[in-house]
Design a protein around this ligand. Sequence first.
Ligand code: COA
Ligand code: MG
Length: 284
Amino acid sequence: MTQSTRPYRSVLYIPGSNARALDKARSLAADAIIFDLEDAVAPDAKDQARATLREELDKGGYGNRAKLVRINGFESRWGNADIQAFRNAEIDGILLPKVNSAYDVETLAEMMSDVAIWAMMETASGVLNAKEIAAHPRLAGIVMGTNDLVKELGARPGPDRAEIMMALQISLIAARADGVPIVDGVYNAFKDDEGLRRECEQGRDLGFDGKTLIHPAQIAIANEVFAPSQADLDLARRQIAAFEEAEAAGQGVAVVDGKIVENLHIVTAKALIAKADAIADLEG
Ligand code: COA
Ligand code: MG
């Protein structure tokens, strides 16, 4: 599956130190996994987590879902050892935390020659430099770190995320400008399904590809919300059929359900169908 068509509806964090969760993840329906060595792992568990994670990844069994390893920053005590340990691992990318500028991406790119690099967008500087970060040739995706962002901004989290809306949108616009996937931040109240659904819908409507998750119980909701619905797909197929008919009659515009359909709508309709196909592929 190519980077651009791969679904990222549900991206589950798993602490590298949690052997039971690492095993459980082999049977979960997340589109992607972030194996975490950074904030989910306590300082005195870092070395053990790194070793356990490398062992579990070598054992495999995670199917064709995307596998990202979130390392500790290279200015930390553990960053270099993390990079050494996952240099030639079977993974789809390294996720670098607290990226402030394209220089951070370049530094990692020079240390690891082949692997795709993902960036956590979670600092004020990172958001201000989102364009150059997304444009780095080795950058393969962006993950919003909304908890760190709230902390850095000195904000107070509200129900509609007004306090980070501009940061979410700047990051999303930067990702789209360079054609890389971007995944929304986590919803902390992992037992609140209704709140999670609302926040997934908000992220989806803003344009995000999916949501990062902290608990397996959150996967089904994210998968549902970020997948094209049957109604969306039906409409897309009707738009394509109507547009083809209009074109055959020498017209550049069709009308479906009282709304005009132009070529740009057909591009969106086809992308939606391709996304549904990619999801079916991954699940099949
Ligand atoms: N990935 C995979 N499996 C997980 C999981 C995760 N993120 N979180 C929990 N599980 C597993 C548990 O191991 C348990 O498995 P079992 O049934 O085989 O025993 C099962 O799901 C049920 O877990 P539960 O008891 O409901 O949760 P918990 O109290 O053990 O853990 C958290 C709750 C929030 C501490 C835990 O989900 C977690 O650590 N999440 C990730 C946090 C993280 O990575 N943060 C960094 C990014 S923000
Ligand atoms: Mg963080």
